[in-house]
Design a binder for this molecule. Structure first.
Ligand SMILES: [Zn+2]
Length: 405
């Protein structure tokens, strides 16, 4: 694609200040708001950005195509850095059961929980899974999201997990270049009943499958559910070391139910992100703040389950890079609208406006290994999201209303 000029956005949030600070300790002015702003770009990079009345004559003299974008707002690309959107079945009834007072154990005894999704997923063919997941990706794209991380993990057998990783790979090819998909291998999501221990399941399924997929070079990241009665420290270390051998990035579901020192482990292994962090205490917060590991918060899960939220302010004040993601999944957060979730979460988390936007753009991109994006600065990749409103304030003010272009 040759050069194009988007002229006269009503507002552009450049996040230039947040980018300079590497997404840490972001202040309101780091939003870098420009009014009546113009962007000159091609397929590779942003060539120029600034107030329209300062657009250099060279660009005007060359007759590049100009598109009038007045009345619209531009922000760095919205990134949903944590989803589990390849699944079969439906767990709507569990939401009602919870409202009526059922415990996690009662729901599991009634055939609910993750094993319900495992059943629903295994009942669908590869083609059916691809079709339903593709519909979900299109729905998320319609909110203005330009990058989505997708985890496998509802197959829980060697064959089905292999298939799920390939479904995500197919989605990646279907969605590009409009939407960037990150393929995360998460066969270590739960331990199926047939296995005596997480160690046995890791040995028989997770690690050999990672080797097979590693050889095929279709994975971007691995992830693991590090919690009591799920996967242990040793399982995490085994997975991370194997991923390293294949040059695949690592991520972790950390400290959701208990402080298992998942955040500390994530920082030690230079994970791209540690996600959930509801129970992370001082040492974990300090470890994240002094590392490049992104602290990814998932407010929808707490809201959906009626549980507390992570201590976002402590992470932000300590200097951690904080992202917000949807955790879109069939059981604990069946919500695909990241902008709505971030809008609701920002006051709960006591985030300032620039921190909130950084959390779903710059830091979310870092959390899934996407580089040279997350701010609108000359030289960076031209990854941005556009909204049909003349004020950035209205995007988060109108909860759940889709203003994407
Ligand atoms: Zn998750």
């Amino acid at each position: 694609m040759s050069i194009k000029i988007f002229r006269n956005f009503s507002e552009v949030a450049t996040l230039a200040g947040a980018y300079q600070k590497d997404g840490r300790k972001v202040l309101p002015e780091d939003l870098g708001l420009l009014k009546n702003a113009t962007i000159v770009f091609d397929a590779e990079k942003i060539h120029w950005i600034g107030p329209d009345n300062q657009l250099p004559d060279d660009y005007l003299e060359k007759d590049y195509p100009e598109i009038d974008v007045s009345g619209k707002v531009c922000v760095p690309e919205i990134v949903d850095s944590h989803t589990h959107l390849v699944f079969g079945g439906d767990r709507a009834h569990e939401y009602s059961m919870r409202l009526n007072g059922a415990s996690y154990e009662e729901i599991a005894a009634a055939g609910g929980g993750i094993l319900n999704s495992m059943k629903g997923t295994n009942a669908l063919s590869r083609v059916e899974l691809l079709k339903s997941a593709h519909q979900r990706v299109k729905a998320i794209k319609a909110y203005g999201v330009g990058a989505i991380e997708i985890k496998s993990g509802y197959g829980l057998t060697f064959e089905k997990e292999y298939e799920l990783s390939h479904v995500i790979h197919d989605l990646k090819n279907l969605a590009r270049p409009d939407v960037q998909i990150i393929n995360t291998f998460m066969a270590a999501h739960a331990v199926p009943k047939e296995y005596a221990s997480s160690y046995d399941y890791m040995r028989d399924v997770v690690l050999p499958l990672l080797d097979k997929l590693g050889e095929e070079q279709i994975l971007d990241c691995v992830d693991i559910f590090h919690e009591q009665n799920y996967f242990s420290n040793n399982d995490v270390v085994a997975l991370f070391e194997r991923a390293k051998r294949w040059n695949i990035n690592v991520k972790i579901h950390a400290d959701e139910f208990n402080d298992n020192k998942g955040a500390v482990l994530a920082a030690k292994y230079e994970a791209l992100s540690a996600d959930h962090l509801l129970s992370t205490t001082e040492d974990g917060i300090a470890a994240l703040a002094s590392s490049n590991t992104v602290a990814t918060l998932l407010p929808g899960t707490g809201l959906f389950l009626g549980k507390p939220q992570a201590n976002a302010r402590a992470l932000l004040d300590a200097g951690a890079k904080v992202a917000i993601a949807s955790d879109f999944n069939p059981g604990s957060c069946h919500c695909d609208n990241l902008i709505m979730l971030a809008s609701i979460a920002a006051p709960l988390y006591k985030m300032n406006q620039a921190e909130m936007w950084t959390a779903i753009t710059l830091n979310a991109a870092t959390a899934i290994g996407l580089k040279n994006q997350g701010a609108l600065i000359a030289g960076l990749r031209p990854r941005f999201s556009v909204f049909n409103t003349n004020s950035i304030d209205r995007i988060t003010y109108n909860w759940g209303k889709n203003l994407a272009n």
